[in-house]
Design a protein around this ligand. Sequence first.
Ligand code: NDP
Length: 451
Amino acid sequence: MSDSNALGQLLSRDVAEPEFHQAVEEVFNTVQPVLDKHEKYRKHKILERMIEAERIISFRVTWTDDNGDVQVNRGYRVQMNSAIGPYKGGLRFHPSVTQSVLKFLAFEQIFKNALTGLPMGGGKGGSDFNPKGRSDMEVMRFCQNFMAELSKHIGHRIDVPAGDIGVGGREIGYMFGAYRKSQKEFTGVLTGKGYGWGGSLIRPEATGYGLIYFADNMLKNIGDSFEGKKCLVSGSGNVAQFAMQKILELGGIPVSASDSSGHIYDESGITAEKLAFIMELKNVKRGRIKEYADQYPEAVYTENADGQDSNPIWDHPADCAFPCATQNEINATDASNLVRNGVKLLGEGANMPATPEAIDVIVDNGVLYSPGKASNAGGVATSGLEMVQNYSGINWSSAEVDQRLQEIMKNIHDTCLHTAEEYGHRGNYMVGANIAGFIKVADAMIAQGVI
Ligand code: NDP
């Protein structure tokens, strides 16, 4: 069967899965030079096997809200590929969660985890549960009931979930407690745990820090630096917060942040003090980004409008852009706006934040572009370091973990560049990331036979 037939088969089998198709098509389109050069990958039907999940678990989660009413949600775990290690990937709690969204995330995770150089397979999970507006006790009851089923399918050598959108330290804590009680054992079954009970220092910071370390490597590669660079950042959650912190440390100037209601643009720059306000607002008070503009009148807040055909956060003058909210938050119009506004580097913190058309505009205009599966891999890499610390029963210092994170991000950066060059796509980080990740997993699959 040809590659396009395999893709066609996928499209006809999984009809209502647009996000999954989008992620798969990108990889299909970029790994063709490898398939042409090495006949073994087509012979062993590696692409066909990679796009079929090893296992998908879908389950009912019932829980009671604070009024005593019964609520019903759907939970999932997509165990996509375990050729190079136990399944690893986050849990997302958001009303937009569907099987398609989790399959795209789990598929991307295969390549991302391979790029880290650590032995981790690809997985992802979550639920359409919306933690926003729910009390701590409601979130706890949901997490406990979610884990009552998930615990049957995971384990520290089987599948090790972590956080993602809507799942932070609070949710990991509730789920870890539920797992520990039901299984009667204390193992590193989840990552992103609190430092006093098996967590790793720097794990909360790792995705945002890693993103900016990766971008710093891209800039250094062209003899440039973050010094004085204005940076558009979307989102105001875990990834966005620590990306902004590292931008500030490296001499750059974050000028925007957002949530699902709208965005703030602060031309004077989001300073360390203003960032502390955002962290308190989002992590403790669980408020909205709009309140930033009430606190700092020099900032302008723009509410999202229904049916808007572009995202106004990407229409401000800047040098760099870091989407750190969600998938498909940059379309072709946004990409054109970024180019027109002088953006020279786009680093993806979120997973698949740019549409294929947007990526074309970005790349065609010579903007330095890093795909999420490379530039946001610092989070899962540090989760891998948390697993190593759990296995060996030791804790590393912040400096030690940070040092390893920096080395991993530099290695991923260099691997992407070298691989892209080897396959005739000089400077194309997306091609380099997809090919390098593909080869590592494909070779492991071939070595382990047809299973
Ligand atoms: P958080 O839940 O901490 O923050 C998400 C942010 O994005 C919030 O500001 C949220 O706003 C906003 N957002 C979420 N969904 C939407 C939407 N549909 N439209 C507009 N804004 C939205 O999540 P993270 O920071 O952990 O994750 C952000 C991105 O980074 C995701 O794509 C995730 O997959 C990716 N990622 C995360 C990693 C991690 O370690 N946490 C690792 C690698 C990638 P609101 O509060 O209004 O919902």
